[in-house]
Unconditional design. Structure first.
Ligand code: IMP
Ligand code: MG
Length: 183
């Protein structure tokens, strides 16, 4: 089994990501400054790098938890049907929660997760996504904070994969399929 041949063109540098995270952290700190202990929920697996950098900039008492949801499988197409594979370990009722996602694309994932967690009656829930592709939206959903708005390109790196590869790139790159692909 091999995935199509492709190359990766840098779209957002590691430096630009770090600078943007500093800005976002400042706003988030302000939003949750009165929170006793914020629950930061990362959506696995794509957000693992982003959440690691974000919480280290927050300078707030935080608890970190994870939710694993279905996504693209190994392809470039969204499955649209969102499933929870791994639930939170902790309770969020009455707590302040920040949901951290890598990309909002069609919007199905975050809309579903917001409903799923909202049903547990957190005191306050906010969402942040590193990347937003508004042109791809199928269900109305707007995250409270967005790192970067990007065009309709398939991207990898900084936690984000293509068929489980390239998560460990330090920057965000766009996937360019090369000629040999298309089998
Ligand atoms: P949505 O439900 O269509 O908004 O999909 C969101 C999920 O699809 C994200 O959490 C990503 O895991 C995945 N996804 C969306 N766009 C890309 C991309 O360009 N590269 C890799 N994964 C993506
Ligand atoms: Mg994802």
């Amino acid at each position: 089994m091999s995935s199509p041949a492709y190359e990766i063109d840098e779209m957002i540098s590691a430096k630009a990501i770090a600078a943007r995270i500093e800005e976002l952290a400042r706003e988030i700190r302000r939003e949750f400054r009165d929170t006793e202990k914020l629950v930061v929920v990362g959506l696995l697996r794509g957000s693992f790098v982003f959440i690691a950098d974000l919480v280290r900039e927050l300078d707030l008492p935080v608890e970190v938890d994870f939710l694993e949801v279905s996504s693209y499988g190994d392809a470039m197409e969204s499955s649209r049907e969102v499933r929870i594979f791994k639930d939170l370990r902790g309770k969020i009722e009455g707590r302040d929660v920040l949901v951290v996602e890598d990309i909002v694309d069609t919007g199905h994932t975050l809309a579903h997760v917001a409903r799923f967690l909202g049903n547990r009656n957190p005191a306050k829930m906010r969402t942040i996504a590193l990347l937003d592709k508004p042109s791809r939206r199928e269900v109305e959903f707007a995250a409270d904070w967005i790192g970067f708005t990007i065009p309709d390109e398939f991207v990898v790196g900084y936690g984000i994969d293509y068929a489980q590869r390239n998560r460990n790139l330090p920057f965000i790159g766009k996937v360019r399929l090369t000629e040999e692909s298309g089998t």
